[in-house]
Design a protein around this ligand. Structure first.
Ligand code: PLP
Length: 380
């Protein structure tokens, strides 16, 4: 089996599962309970927060556990927009964000906010200049992802953050869900106010994640309840999930240091191999792209048909993003990049983890070529 769908989700590391089981079975107290079992759970939660904070170089007090990327994105965007609605009701984002940002923006739009959806160039990039041009007196928040989940384009977060130093009242949210362990970003050096993380994208567990909120920045909570997570996110904390997330992050960042060059080599083998297959067009740019994603189309072969044919050979890839791959419409990101609709309907995304190998890449290329030839003949 060759698993090349790591942007949809990754396989949890065994050590991550072990720590989840240990905490769930031996330290299952509620961190809010006053007795010693509650105290133990609270201590584990604090340790997980400290470890993650240290790994991403922020303060523990700036980190809030959530149920993942979708919740973190909603919490940052709606929480900031709603708290600041009397100061300004204009928000800026790009036209290639993950559905959890796009749909949160659309909901705010229906509730009377004005949203600017910035276009991207043919590589899927927004420019810091375009972001600045879109700023109005009423702009309260800008949300731009670090790495696009469909094509892997890296956005100019540093430049946007630099430019935003001139606009201290505007908050800046960055969805780093696809970037963790692949494309570094210093939150302390860059002017980022919110940053979303999702553990299942780096070998942690689904339903666990975090939101970084820069110290001193406030938001309106979205859940009413027991005021956990320092009143920002009510709901009994998933202590075992948080401990597992800390472990997954530590292991991923260690692998990233050791294996990054190998991952880049695998991506390059895939790019060269794909370029040699008739009818292939690669959408992932060469520059400003993450090392783990490569998106391409094979002219005339629909994505679903190709994916199922590959699955028969034990190779798992994806159409676009996992949450939109069951919808029949072509990728919003590719259309925004100017890819013609017919070609976008043939898009395939390969996404790697540090556990993939060069041999797998070479086997996959051979299978892509054979499958394209077989299906191409059938379609003629
Ligand atoms: C860029 C990006 N943001 C947010 C999410 C949502 O994360 P989660 O699955 O943890 O809700 C994803 C998941 O695919 C993603 O790729």
């Amino acid at each position: 089996m060759i698993y090349f769908d790591n942007s949809a989700t990754t396989k949890p590391y065994k050590e991550v599962l072990d720590s989840f089981v240990t905490v769930s079975s031996e330290f299952f107290g509620n961190p809010s309970s006053l007795h010693s079992m509650g105290g133990q759970a609270e201590k584990l939660l604090s340790q997980a927060r400290e470890q993650i904070a240290q790994l991403i170089k922020v303060k523990p007090a700036e980190l809030y556990f959530t149920s993942g990327g979708t919740e973190s994105n909603n919490l940052a965007i709606k929480g900031a927009a709603l708290l600041n609605r009397n100061k300004g009701r204009h928000l800026i984002t790009s036209s290639v964000e993950h559905a959890s940002v796009q749909a949160a923006m659309e909901q705010l739009e229906r509730d009377g906010f004005e949203i600017t959806y910035l276009p991207v160039d043919e590589k899927g990039r927004v420019s810091a200049g375009a972001v600045e041009k879109a700023i109005k007196k009423e702009t309260s928040l800008i949300s731009i992802m670090q790495v696009n989940n469909e094509v892997g384009t890296v956005q100019p977060i540093k430049e946007i953050g630099q430019m935003l130093k001139k606009y201290p009242t505007i908050l800046f949210h960055v969805d780093t869900v696809q970037a963790i362990g692949k494309v570094p970003l210093s939150l302390s050096e860059n002017r980022v106010d919110f940053c979303s993380l999702s553990a299942h994208k780096f070998h942690g567990l689904k339903g666990t994640g975090a939101l970084f909120i820069r110290g001193g920045t406030r938001i309106q909570p979205l859940f009413s309840g027991g005021n956990q997570e320092r009143m920002v996110r009510s709901g009994t904390e998933n202590v075992a999930g948080a401990v597992a997330m800390a472990k997954a992050l530590r292991m991923t960042l260690a692998k990233s240091e050791r294996e990054m060059e190998r991952m880049k080599k695998i991506q390059s083998i895939l790019r060269t191999g794909l370029n040699g297959i008739e009818g292939v067009q690669i959408h992932t740019p060469i520059d400003n792209a993450a090392p783990h994603i490569i998106n391409f189309s094979i002219k005339g072969i629909k994505s679903e048909v190709f994916i199922h044919a590959l699955e028969q050979k034990g190779i798992f890839v994806s159409t676009t993003s996992a949450c939109s791959s069951k919808k029949k419409s072509p990728s919003r990101t590719l259309l925004a990049m100017g890819v013609p609709e017919a070609l976008a309907e043939s898009a395939i995304r390969i996404s790697l983890s540090f556990d993939n190998t060069e041999d797998e890449a070479m086997t996959a290329i051979k299978a892509f070529e054979d499958t394209a030839n077989q299906l191409g003949r059938v379609m003629k």
